[in-house]
Design a binder for this molecule. Structure first.
Ligand SMILES: Nc1ncnc2c1ncn2[C@@H]1O[C@H](COP(=O)(O)OP(=O)(O)OP(=O)(O)O)[C@@H](O)[C@H]1O
Length: 450
């Protein structure tokens, strides 16, 4: 068998009379179609030992031969010649290329699906390693390092320089997940223990997204429950923005009455009370705010602050605003309340929800009065200082700062600022004096200054 045609026509006998109509239709066929039929007959003749005049192949056979090969050729995207009267099978360049494009599209989709699955596996491993729990649709991948901010999120080099200067080599777990969530334009509930680096987790994406200073007015607002926290956040923000001309302002009692339309401000950090005061007096316009962060949101959502939070949220009327809540605990009540104003938010929890940091040792102490609280704190620090090793002492300072913040947070706004500052100073003086006396005791005891 030399070709397909001869194979197809072996033993086929055609009655010319019976198929005369069909035969007539093909009498006028084109030259190249003729040659196909002629070839077929020649092969047939060879098989049967000579030409048979009454028996000719009918066009049906021709069409079969054509359609079979056209299917093969279409797959390869090649163009084949047409046969008159059989337009259904008529191939064209267009059909070929369309089919090719379709196949390519299918390949691309399959490839993307594979890559997506691989990425999801990597994300799950990274989250497991850092105890990150997320919920929400299409949660962006966690960061594997700070450099990814540049490669994937167009972060400017000054931020990476500042992170390096601050000695931050690796993102903390909350930073790994909350930063890409906010950079992807998603709203976010972030819950991570005290001291886990939440401040940087919302400042960093804010600076990346704002890109540079603008004369358009306030574009980001950070709300903190106390003035000390607001001041601390302002300092952190300025450290990270160093080298870039951003106007970062802390809402002080002087600024409360200032006219913000005459004041350049990109990022405003305030307590809800002070901000509400300015909003009421129409001293500032928050309609262009692109980012609103509620830090220590569990405290902000306490009933005493609800009215102020409400008026700030209403004043930030930009429809494309991105809101985020950061806190060490995320009570269900707070989350439910916040969800009423947030769209498609992602929830990020480090460790177990509302759990304390595993790296911090906690002690529960009962005190009957404010004086008792202070006494209890002093005794706790004293116990740590008696261990007399450098790490414990450093931890003691960190604990003092953290605990004193908690104590002050328990009654936000109730104490006068002066009283709150002297309270902190009292603790620090005590810790320092205790540190000094314990050092001299050690030196006198074993002759080792330590
Ligand atoms: N990636 C990092 N690497 C090392 N240190 C970091 C990193 N990010 C933040 N820090 C430092 O960790 C400390 C705690 O950070 P931060 O105050 O932001 O924690 P927090 O989670 O907001 O705590 P709190 O709930 O008490 O407000 C700060 O001294 C900060 O400078």
């Amino acid at each position: 068998m030399e070709n397909d045609s001869s194979f197809l026509f072996i033993g086929t006998k055609f009655d010319r009379k019976k198929f005369s109509k069909d035969f007539d239709r093909f009498k006028e066929k084109k030259k190249d179609a003729d040659s196909v039929v002629e070839n077929v007959v020649t092969e047939d003749e060879k098989e049967n030992g000579g030409p048979e005049k009454e028996i000719v192949p009918v066009p049906v056979s021709v069409s079969v031969s054509v359609s079979v090969s056209s299917r093969k050729r279409k797959r390869k995207g090649m163009v084949m010649e047409s046969v008159d009267g059989f337009r259904v099978f008529k191939p064209s360049k267009k059909v070929g290329s369309e089919f090719e494009q379709e196949e390519e599209a299918v390949d691309i989709v399959a490839q993307r699906k594979k890559e997506l699955n691989r990425q999801m596996e990597c994300d799950a491993l990274l989250r497991k390693k850092y105890n990150i729990h997320t919920s929400g649709n299409n949660v962006p991948s966690p960061l594997s390092d700070f450099k990814e901010l540049m490669t994937s999120y167009q972060c400017e080099p000054y931020i990476l320089r500042n992170l390096a200067k601050l000695g931050f080599k690796e993102p903390t777990p909350i930073q790994r997940q909350a930063i890409p969530v906010l950079l992807s334009g998603r709203e976010c509930f972030a819950c991570a223990p005290t001291g886990s680096g939440k401040t940087l987790a919302f400042i960093c994406p804010m600076l990346i997204k704002l890109k540079c200073s603008s004369a358009d007015g306030i574009r980001a607002v950070i709300l903190c429950p106390t003035r000390e926290l607001a001041a601390q956040t302002t300092r952190e923000c300025k450290k990270l923005a160093k080298g870039k001309k951003f106007y970062v302002r802390l809402m002080t009692s002087e600024l409360k009455t200032a006219d913000f339309s005459k004041l350049r401000c990109d990022i405003l950090i305030s307590t809800p009370r002070r901000l509400q005061f300015s909003i009421r007096r129409k001293r500032l316009d928050l309609s262009r705010v692109e980012y609103l962060v509620l830090d220590e949101s569990d405290k902000l959502f306490e009933l005493s602050l609800m009215k102020q939070i409400d008026s700030v949220v209403k004043a930030c009327s930009n429809p494309s605003i991105i809101r985020s809540l950061f806190s060490a605990t995320l009570p269900d009540r707070v989350e439910e309340l916040a969800r009423t104003i947030m769209h498609d938010a992602v929830r990020v929890i480090i460790g177990r929800k509302n759990s304390a940091s595993e790296t911090i040792k906690q002690t529960l102490l009962f005190a009957g009065s404010e004086e008792g609280k202070l006494l209890g704190l002093r005794q706790s620090f004293a116990e740590v200082f008696l261990q007399d090793d450098l790490i414990s002492r450093l931890l003691c300072y960190a604990a003092a700062a953290s605990i004193e913040k908690r104590v002050l947070l328990s009654q936000p706004g109730r104490r006068k600022l002066g009283a709150r500052i002297s309270y902190i100073q009292e603790i620090i003086t005590f810790v320092k004096s205790y540190y000094g006396s314990s050092r001299s005791r050690t030196a006198a005891g074993d002759g080792n200054s330590g």
